[in-house]
Ligand binder design. Sequence first.
Ligand code: AMP
Length: 284
Amino acid sequence: MEIFKQIAPLKAFLSSCKQQGLSIGLVPTMGALHEGHLSLIEASRQQNQVTVCTVFVNPTQFNNPVDLQKYPRTLDKDILLLKKVGCEVLFCPENDEMYESSSIVKFNFGHLENVMEGKFRPDHFSGVALVVSKLFHIVDADHAYFGQKDWQQFAIIRQLVHELKFNLTLHSVPIAREKDGLAMSSRNLRLNATQRKNALAFYAGLTAGKKALLEGKPVELVKHLVKEQVQQYAEMVLEYFEVADSKNLTLLKNVKESDQPILCIAGYAGEVRLIDNMFLDSEN
Ligand code: AMP
């Protein structure tokens, strides 16, 4: 695996790959890699000759300084995992390579970020769009892979690609879960044993919410039921449970208002923030 910390040599390497006609897949991550990330690498390797994984804990997308400081960083282990799955290129820059001076550019995604994550994490998606735009320019990939786990992020990046005319195809990869259903997340490393057990509350809430909606229960009632259910797990605090249209993220009062509703949940296990989601009409 080729490892780059600087933009210029990475671009030189990728431009020679392009001259040879090789297709390039990009998988942006913040590291502390787990099987969810590896499923994105796998999807990219199936469609591209060169997969570029990026590991960069992007400061501009953290609205909480403690979260940034405590975000797990396991680069040596990440490198071993990436080599094992046959990733061709790793780009793991330091902060000053990505942000040479303090950043003043802001993105605003209007109604796409007035709900859910955007509502509870001011400026989060601006920071995501900033770093993803930089990575799109640097790597100039043919394909880019993101997880369904961060569905609102995917919807926002889709808008970014569309409006700024990035010349690549986006792919969403299903959520990888632990055996008991907990969505894999780098932040799970921060959970103690009790929190790890109780973190299942969100998956359980989504599953129960989905069942109730499919039985025809109204959205407002289901929101209430999920809230009550999550409250039964110690140390679990619900920030939101919403049912939204998966394309435009409009919050739904009735699931019939949307072709493809998605259930989204977020909150805290102790001080660790977790999110999860599930489509109403599929296994994921
Ligand atoms: P992160 O390192 O958390 O920023 O995630 C990097 C990419 O991996 C994002 O596109 C995430 O949506 C995706 N991802 C994170 N967790 C999972 C998971 N459990 N299953 C699938 N993709 C995931």
